[in-house]
Design a protein. Structure first.
Length: 182
């Protein structure tokens, strides 16, 4: 049985921390893609805008419609999950099936993989851009995003999010993080 307190409503400070780091990550990632303009010209602006728009779309529209509808927080009255997206999902989507919640981690293009790709892609591309055109600002952005990613995976997700989540006993991500027994 879990030792950590299970939240029906996450503290607002946790929701702000989770979403704040996510938004900063996506915006800084988009800025990294602007460095493509030095390699491929104005097409880099299109790539930067597309990355940023698709990242926000995946996290704040598709995730609530595909994942949140199957989550226990969607059905739990007066609840607030770590992302707060359960509240938004109730406004834009119909309830899904709780049995489908683990599907968030099944398949190559599952929601978990798309989310991780949106976090990792600008770091990898930024590192590659550095090889072709070194720039201190770009180096700072790549290091900053790497630190944000580490903060997310080693502090926020296991220590603030998954450990307190009602879904941790069925969520594949919580199982991978090893927080079910905490």
């Amino acid at each position: 049985m879990s030792k950590a307190e299970i939240f029906d409503r996450y503290p607002v400070s946790s929701v702000i921390m989770y979403n704040g780091t996510t938004m900063v990550h996506f915006l800084a990632g988009g800025f990294i893609f602007l460095f493509l303009t030095k390699v491929i010209g104005s097409t880099g602006i299109i790539v930067a805008v597309l990355y940023t728009a698709l990242s926000f779309l995946e996290m704040y529209i598709i995730m609530p419609m595909k994942v949140c509808t199957n989550c226990v927080y969607f059905r739990l009255p007066d609840s607030l999950c770590i992302s707060g997206l359960n509240v938004f999902a109730r406004l834009i989507a119909k309830p899904g099936k709780p049995a489908n919640f683990p599907n968030r981690a099944k398949g190559l293009l599952c929601q978990n993989n798309l989310y991780i790709l949106s976090l990792v892609l600008p770091i990898l591309c930024g590192a590659i851009f550095l090889v072709f055109k070194f720039n201190l600002l770009l180096l700072g952005l790549v290091i900053g995003l790497f630190v944000l990613l580490a903060l997310r995976f080693f502090v926020i997700i296991p220590g603030m999010a998954c450990v307190h989540c009602r879904s941790k006993f069925i969520c594949p991500q919580a199982g991978q993080m090893g927080v079910r027994e905490k």
